[in-house]
Design a protein around this ligand. Structure first.
Ligand code: NAP
Length: 540
């Protein structure tokens, strides 16, 4: 152990969401290291701490949106619904923190403001907004993928006389929309959850849509005690299945083309997935949906017909029809009364293409297409600087003082999405170019944490001081990530997956897609470890 004073640690972990909590548990309790966690929020939760907008709930089935490292927790914890709400997930994470006594090593209310690698000492020097400077051999940003807020630079926001909020920074005490005229800007997965909820309170809700989305029903509800019992009894198999699966979910693409089956069979299959709800339609569809424009179109057409059948006003239905991007190439929003909400008399939809884009925020509201829409409250559901944003925000300096911003000037470059050339002993949990957001997050988080723990264990046991990828290994990985995705329709969308939601962000596909999903990626990482961490330089 290298610890010499309370300011020197074996490892510093940044963030106390799912990843940071398990990273702490793993390094401290499995390896016996001296670990410190810094967390900006005032308790555990990460994403689930910050995103407390109305309607916020999990989009994955809860029985697999859990830690699996502790079998007793899997048996003990009871979810109240298929997709639990944000407060319930926070309660779960508090329960985990208590059971594993995590909080004693987490410093809350503290943001890491910068860190540089000291090449003489082979240690990271880490600074916080509380004026502290601490050091560690290993630095592990567990900062999440969707944690750097994107608030577009709307002209005039500063003169708006009402109140405004971003969904990812909602006040803890909530917002009372009663008798208010409310605007929601954005129609991504967050807005699709928030809009139906806000519409129930607001006097008038105006939704500003830039791109219509393909939404599918969530079908939330109680899970029967029999199903819950059966799952608890089968957890060992469930865990194995999700770890080996493509998406970390119990959804599997149909090994057929959407075009090879009869229209009747296809329709039956579509209806079945539609009724099942959740990600079934997205991740359990015909296998060529992500590859063939023609196969994709039959899926898209089915959703358009559902929208048409739900939305009563044909003009509003037209505006809600997704156009210009393939189905599934943007993150699938799950809908609970989303389309129905546009049938309510107090809800109007302002579509950028039909009614005009947002021009400015005025003192009293939002001007779009030359018309002012007066509102009392604006809710920005405008998303995040995804995946690279949270890491860049840490102001990391690697060898030679080179910043991550410089290293990622033309998009992320990493080896396995875990490590970056020139940034020794730095491990990016669910970082760019790993499966991450294309999977059920806890599955990918556990895989990264366990793999990094194995690497650190190896370093400690073999007396190594630094580990970092070779340039060749990194270049090969970057090439592989881009080659795989270029065969799909994903690259054609203006999605945050493609970095397209932030003006000026270098265009790059951010996660890693296949070819065998999270299962194949896990095998690849394990093979690399078995070959003595192939592609890494380990120095004594
Ligand atoms: P998002 O998907 O990036 O959506 C942002 C919305 O704001 C889009 O409709 C976007 O339009 C619009 N927008 C952005 N900039 C704009 C501008 N300058 N003018 C007008 N409109 C603008 O963000 P999100 O809905 O917060 O979701 C982000 C991710 O969080 C999701 O994809 C998902 O991975 C995750 N999430 C998870 C859950 C869950 O599991 N429970 C729930 C919600 C979100 P364009 O489409 O035209 O860019």
């Amino acid at each position: 152990m290298t610890t010499t004073s309370p300011t020197d640690f074996d490892a510093i972990v940044i963030g106390a969401g799912f990843s940071g909590m398990y990273m702490l548990k793993s390094l401290r309790d499995k390896l016996g290291l001296n670990v410190k966690v810094f967390e900006a929020g005032d308790t555990v939760g990460g994403t689930w701490y910050w995103n407390r907008y109305p309607g916020a709930r999990c989009d994955s089935d809860a029985y697999i949106y859990v830690f699996t490292f502790d079998k007793q927790m899997l048996q003990e914890w009871e979810w109240s619904e298929r997709y639990p709400t944000q407060p319930e997930i926070l309660r779960y994470l508090e329960y985990v923190a208590k059971r594993h006594d995590l909080k004693r090593d987490i410093q809350f209310g503290t943001r890491v403001t910068g860190a540089e690698f000291d090449e003489k000492a082979d240690r990271w020097i880490v600074h916080t907004d509380k004026g502290e400077t601490v050091t560690a051999k290993y630095l592990i940003p567990a900062v999440g993928t969707l944690s750097t807020t994107n608030l577009p630079d709307f002209k005039g926001l500063e003169r708006f006389k009402g109140k405004w909020y971003h969904t990812s920074r909602f006040p803890k005490e909530g917002v009372d929309f009663t008798a208010k005229r409310v605007a929601v800007v954005g129609t991504g997965a967050t807005a699709v959850q928030a809009i139906p909820e806000i519409s129930q309170q607001a006097k008038q809700l105006t939704v500003f849509q830039r791109t219509a989305n393909y939404c599918v029903p969530a079908r939330n509800g109680k899970v029967s005690p029999e199903v819950t019992r059966a799952r608890k009894a089968d957890y060992d198999n469930i865990i194995q299945r999700i770890r080996e699966s493509f998406f970390g979910q119990e959804h599997y693409m149909i090994p057929k083309s959407a075009l090879e089956v009869s229209p009747e069979e296809r329709e039956r299959q579509f209806e079945q997935m539609w009724d099942a709800g959740g990600f079934a339609f997205w991740l359990g569809n015909y296998q060529d949906m992500f590859f063939s424009a023609e196969a994709n179109e039959v899926c898209a057409d089915f959703i358009r017909r559902k929208i048409r059948a739900t939305v009563l006003d044909p003009k509003t239905a037209d505006k809600l029809m997704p156009k210009g991007h393939y189905y599934g190439t943007k993150r699938q929003p799950l809908d609970t009364n989303y389309y129905e909400t546009f049938n309510k008399p107090n809800v109007q939809l302002i579509d950028a293409a039909t009614d005009g884009a947002i021009e400015e925020i005025t003192e009293n509201g939002i001007r779009a297409g030359g018309k002012e829409y007066p509102v009392d409250i604006i809710v920005f559901a405008t998303g995040f600087d995804a995946m690279t944003g949270p890491f860049k925000a840490l102001n990391l300096k690697g060898r030679g003082g080179r910043t991550l911003d410089q290293a990622w000037q033309e998009g992320p470059r990493s080896y396995l999405g875990i490590s970056v050339v020139g940034f020794p002993n730095l491990f990016t949990i669910t970082g760019p170019q790993s499966p991450s957001v294309l999977s059920n997050m806890p599955v990918s988080i556990e895989q990264h944490v366990e793999w990094v723990t194995g690497l650190i264990d190896h370093m400690e046991k073999s007396g190594k001081k630094t580990v970092e990828p070779t340039v060749e290994a990194q270049e090969q990985w970057v090439g592989h990530v881009n080659e795989i995705v270029s065969a799909t329709l994903m690259t054609s969308a203006n999605s945050w997956y493609m970095s397209a939601n932030i003006p000026g962000k270098p265009k790059a596909f951010l996660p890693y897609l296949g070819p065998e999903g999270v299962g194949g990626y896990r095998r690849k990482c394990d093979e690399i470890a078995a070959k003595g961490y192939e592609g890494f330089k380990l120095s004594a």
